[in-house]
Design a protein around this ligand. Sequence first.
Ligand SMILES: [Zn+2]
Length: 324
Amino acid sequence: MTPIIPAPKAVLASVLMIAALGASAAAADDEQLTVVTTTGMIADTAARIGGDLVDVRGLMGAGIDPHAYRQTRSDIAALTQADVVLWHGLNLEAQMRPFMEQLAERSVVVAVGEAVPEDGLIADPEYDGQPDPHVWMDPELWGHVVDAIEGVLVAEDPDNASVYEANAEAFRAELSELAAYSEETLQSVPENSRVLVTAHDAFAYFGRAYDFEVLGIQGISTQSEAGLQRIAELVDTLVDRDITAVFVESSVSDRNVRALIEGAAAEGHTVKIGGELFSDAMGPEGTYEGTFLGMLDHNVTGISSALGGDAPSRGRLGKLGGEG
Ligand SMILES: [Zn+2]
């Protein structure tokens, strides 16, 4: 592939990378390792593990839907010049797969979601043999992704292995604390209210971890169609089970959720929007919700309080709704 940006620095980077012939493109001692990721969840995790030693750029910001995302020209330039490319895999960034597979032939490209052992994965009920990619919804499963990113950074920059290992260990400890908070907070939701209705099926791992039934209007991918029949079925479920709150997602249109609420209202059943959840993208950059831990804290705290549980209004660390 010819470099898109003719700037001398970009050309030089490509030449150096080709010279490395697919071997480690690790930065020189006095330079940061450049890491380019697809989702924000991977970017934040890499930044936590890499600290000052890495320069991380996530391509998909707040509100971006990874199922539908296609790499832009500037993304291609960043991806081809990076020392390390981290993407999720598991059929999440379905539109980017051919590009990533091609890039992997000459650069360090790792599908970190695929570090989750197969027996931890949930199958996509709509597509035979495809996994549900939304593993970040269970902080304990995300630990495998932390291990994978730690492994890549150590391999590319072994001189700083002890720093990456210590940072990864600290992040794993925070994930455990978040998991414990989630467990406790979600258990306070009355048992018959533990039903999560969202725009698309992003919460199966959440449901398995915390014993919630999860019902998405659209399937695992936002690219699947939500038929009128699916909406009618869900309206019946809301009415029959007296479910009074459904959730919108920051990276998916709320059109179907509103159709659901209107359908229930037509049958005399009032349903409110329980809040906006971060399903496939984190909150705005620079906020607590724009971090991996803050994103999950926001979801857990919001779900619990909307469904009658007992959750601190500003979350696990008192940081929700405030500055990053
Ligand atoms: Zn999704």
